[in-house]
Design a protein. Sequence first.
Length: 567
Amino acid sequence: MKVISFPLLAIVFLLLGCSGERNETIPAQVINPSPDFRPNILWLVAEDMSPTIPPYGDSTIVTPVLDQLAGEGVVYDNFFTPHPVCAPARAAIITGMYANHIGASHMRTGPWYSDDIPQATIAAYAQYMPPGLQAYEAIPMEGVKMFSELLREAGYYCTNNNKQDYQFRKTMTAWDDNSRKATWRNRKKGQPFFSVINFEVTHESRIWAKAEDSLWVARSLKVPVPPYLPDTEAAKVDVRRMYSNILEMDFQVGRVLKELESDGLLDSTIVIWYSDHGGPLPRQKRALYESGVKVPMIIRFPGGEFAGMRDDRMISFIDLAPTMLSLAGIQPPAYMDGTAFMGKYARTEEPAFVFGAADRFDEKYDRRRFVRNDRFKYIRNYMTDQPVYLDLSYRKQMSIMQELLRLREEGNLTPEQARWFDPVKEPEELYDLKNDPFELTNLAQDQSYAPVLEEMRTAMDTWLSGFEDTGLIQESDLIAKIWPDGAQPRTANPEIGVDRDGQIIIQCRTPGASVGYRISGGTEVNSAWEIYSKPFPSNPGTEIEAVAHRPGFLRSEIILFKKNVGN
């Protein structure tokens, strides 16, 4: 693998605005410094975490690994999820498309955690959904792929360890290895890799599920409490647990980086650490406020290039897929909603806005959309007859949520805390994030902000005019639309044959399906499916397995073919 001259990449990256100041002279075309270079890429993905670490100004705890990563890399100050909860956010990440564009914005559509899920488990998932709904897989448009498959097609070794949760089952050709043992170490010599490692310790559920004696911080640690949460001792226990989990995650990240360094790969790998959406506490996760959609991201480049820099460009999760492809020298597909913010195919204009949506969460519905620029946030509410607060059974397992409900019952909430429980919502919300970082003062009726409100409305309308917003369709109607005969569509079985030159040819009659194959059996659980793209040679007597899978469809049967001497 050829090693890039990163000083040359430094020039490109600086031109893209990584100095921390907006650069208005971004070149019309960014030249890749070395067309033969394909960097290793490692994602370290935390869960349920806002920018509550020292690189973002929160000194409650010291996170030695992330602090060092920030010191050796670039800190991104305006990085956003378009969906403030796990599965829709991950659907956006893996496709480069908004979840409400591809029918994936409801949390969740089903228990899509593995390839083979018992039908009884799927049927039982209805208990976590509104009455009358069944589990279903979101079906992106024809031709949409998980972007890891595009990297694999280009020769990358791709692994995921191990969370999926994309609102549809992963396609059979998406990863070389998707398991708790997945690692870059099993690739071929010299093969570039893209590896994802997920850290679940900061997840919302770990607030109430972890034992009290497992704290990584002192029980007396003084913790900041945002004004929308109760500043009581009972509440601070959960805030303290949040910081403890972050510290534990920091340690786990350090172990992975030590493995990377011990393999001699630290200085040939782009390391990207980020969180999948905002923090785990009430009015954070699931909310369209900054606490739910603004997340941290740190990128360390080989050799520590750009160390200590900050980047304040507006970047969304939908930009991750095209950016990874761009870094690998692959032109992102035209269907993606996002654009690359660096690499060979980096965008030549920086977006002024980021967008996002919130729809159903578990058993409760809401419909909200947001647009944000570098100062203001605009939220459009469709279900104004209910509060922003959703009375979710899952979240009520958290002591701090119980504390909020207790104080509400007693009439002892502060105005800032009570606002979340207002019985109805305003149709529009507008916040000046510079002067109101916690988004507590709605300026939508303030005439002095009328020009800003109109600008944000227009940006929202323009965004929503670009596609059919599936989150605004009644969910039962959405299911009927993608399952027109009332049953999930199945990918057609692949058809295997031999062409006139004696090469194996495989085709599938389902438009948009990916086809994978394995030679001579390969029936072990983690045996990867090779992506079929063109005819290939094989010897007489060779056994070939083939499978086809379109995202959101049931996969095909596995077809076995044996090449005979006469073929």
